[in-house]
Design a protein around this ligand. Sequence first.
Ligand code: SAM
Length: 279
Amino acid sequence: MVIDSLPPLRDVIRTHDLQARKSMGQNFLLDLNLTAKIARLAGNLSSCDVLEIGPGPGGLTRGLLSEGARHVLAIEKDARCLPALSDVAQAYPGRLTVLHGDALEIDPLTHLTPPIRVAANLPYNVGTELLVRWLTPKVWPPFWQSLTLMFQREVAERIVASPGSKTYGRLAILAQWRSDARIVLQLPPEAFTPPPKVSSSVVHLSALSEPRYPADPAVLSRVVAAAFNQRRKMLRAALKNVAPDIEDRLVSAGLKPTDRAEQIHLEGFCALARAVAAP
Ligand code: SAM
């Protein structure tokens, strides 16, 4: 399937000399059928602005545009990619804006008009940091309707994990508190150039109109980070630095001080965050 009039991505990489750099976490998707498929997994894009982080040579960007995104704002740290992205912008006049810089430092909101969806294939450490930021703003609903993000499979499993599983922890709680999170695609290492060591998964998160249970995001994050930092310990020991009277607060949240973090459901953590925030 030809998705646009631009050259194949292997040619783009050759023309612009875009050898993948490990230091930038670069594993490129070169199959435009696959990038169009990922764009479709992001939902109906025709009336949305899409924020793409880390467009690289532009494979997913082209997928998003060919699948009808109203406008794409792409933030890329590696200046070597800018000429290739400028070719993509010319092929889709007025529909692609590229910002050069670190997505952890740029505020994209002035360049975007709601409704907004986010799509990205990012180095996993940057992706996890951004995901946590996107899930923990003070005010909800957030600027985004959905996030469609590529992660190492193990990180994706942490996002959708249930209580009692080994991968259940901070990411599962923060993601499932305020969104519906699903793994929508699994990809083997060979889907990327160069292939990474592990498999990858695309996770789709749609923002709920309100959180499943009330809690302050900063307090919930703090409680959950402390609880899972020492996941084998009983809650009263793991959380002793969160509040001096933590046993009383655990009890008032309906939890047993002898419970362990991995047994506690989202509702229990939200109740605990409220108990910790209470005067
Ligand atoms: N989206 C492209 C694709 O799917 O082929 C590239 C994916 S590659 C895994 C990650 C991209 O993110 C690279 O282009 C890299 O330069 C860029 N990147 C890495 N860290 C970044 C950051 N902090 N801010 C913006 N872009 C970043």
